[in-house]
Design a protein. Sequence first.
Length: 220
Amino acid sequence: MLNALKIVKKDIKDIKVVVNGAGSAGIAITKHIMNIGVKNVVLCDSKGIICEGDARLNSEKAEMAKITNLEHITGTLADAMKGTDVFIGVSAPNIVSEDMVKSMNKDAIVFAMSNPTPEIMPDLAKNAGARVIGTGRSDFPNQINNVLAFPGIFRGALDCRAREINEDMKVAASYAIASLVDDSELCEDYILPKAFDKRVGKTVAEAVIEAARKSGCARQ
């Protein structure tokens, strides 16, 4: 998302994001992007928009409702996507239509990560006006793969004998991954390094060690 925002020339503090999928992945992603600087996030589950005060929410979703959906909108995923800049899907296949993408803001970013079938296929999202599209699949551009993060995060944490893996370390890892795509290379179909890019693990580990030391949780 950091690099996609460079392409569409939008500030992370000004964008509106919808995250579909409120399980462990969706909640973790929402917390992480808010730590990086996103202010306005709407979180959805299979029943629709999560809103504070909804009696059906479990304890985890109720906690998220306190910090997301600041406008207290209600309705379906289609309602949530109207006027947004970024869609992040960790949910189910084929649940986003072209019309839903068309309802997003100009130069929308779509990360449809349901596997093996994304929430919307990249060609349909592109036809509907999305500017940057990523999926979890290796046969489409911009594969969003957690293998870019976790080996380097753990390598860094182990090397400095960190007491924990804190938010500063995870944010540092994100910026490290983004830094491996030079501005001269950055384009709609290349916003993050490939899964087997040998630079990734070392670069992420170094960033994590520095963040651990600065935050005081490194023991060596």
